[in-house]
Structure formats: structure tokens, C-alpha cells
Write a protein that binds this ligand. Structure first.
Ligand code: ZN
Length: 137
């Protein structure tokens, strides 16, 4: 640690945020740039003054690819989708979605939600739509 950044602005705090606290931490630069990705400097202005913000847990698929060759960590989950999600309110986060076996299982722009579990990484799931929800009595 250099002591230049706040204790909250550490990669360890960021990782702990989603793996243990099940939160998506984001950072807003003094220039207004909002990112879901931990970094030492703002990619737009080069600033180092960040404020931690709570990111939305829902968003839309910006990109995805189906992984059939996993790392050891995801050996029992392949195939799965590696996804980029544009969160509602700002911030683009990388994550993954289990149970996706083919590119036709997802659609760009599809609604997804953060679905933390016991598995590593930032895990997303398809957000249930009104049509798919069970009927109300
Ligand atoms: Zn900035």
C-alpha cells in the first residue's frame, strides 16, 4: 500500500465486495466518470480521487461469449457465458452466467441481474420477465 488511496479504494475491498458482501462496488471520479472496475487512475482524466458508490444489481447484456474451455476454477461449470453487463445507472462489469450452453441461449440487450452465490466471480442470471413470473393468486 502506498497510502495515497483511501482504505476502501483497494482491489482487496473490491473483491471482498462481491465475493463476501455480495455487493457491486463502483467508483466515481471527481470528473464524473463512473466505473465498475477497480483501478488506480481514472481512464478518462487520469485523476486518483474516487468516491465509492453502490452500483445497481440489474442491467443489460452488452456482450457475451460462451466458454467451453474453462479455467480450473470453473471446470465443473462449463459451458458457461462470459458476459459484459451495462448496469442500470452506469458502470460496465465483467462477469459470468452458469447454465448457458449455446450462443442462442442469450440475446444482446437482455435483462440480467447480479446473482451472487458460493461460486467465484461476479455471477449473473437472466432477470425473470413478467411473462415468465408465476401468476398472482
Ligand atoms: Zn476522471
Amino acid at each position: 500500500m502506498t497510502g495515497e488511496s483511501s482504505p476502501l479504494h483497494s482491489i482487496e475491498a473490491y473483491r471482498r465486495g462481491y465475493e463476501e458482501e455480495h455487493r457491486l462496488r463502483g467508483f466515481r471520479c471527481s470528473c464524473g466518470f463512473l466505473t465498475a472496475t477497480w483501478g488506480l487512475r481514472c481512464p478518462t482524466c487520469g485523476g486518483i480521487e474516487f468516491t465509492e458508490v453502490e452500483l445497481a444489481t440489474t442491467g443489460r447484456l452488452a456482450a457475451f461469449t460462451v466458454q467451453t474451455v474453462p479455467s480450473d476454477e470453473f471446470l465443473n461449470d462449463a459451458p458457461y457465458a462470459y458476459v459484459l453487463v451495462d448496469l442500470d445507472g452506469g458502470g460496465r462489469v465483467a462477469g459470468w452466467m452458469p447454465g448457458i450452453r449455446a450462443e442462442t441461449d442469450l440475446v444482446l440487450g437482455q435483462r440480467v441481474r447480479y446473482a451472487p452465490g458460493y461460486r467465484p466471480g461476479v455471477q449473473f442470471a437472466v432477470e425473470p420477465t413478467e411473462a415468465a413470473a408465476p401468476p398472482t393468486p
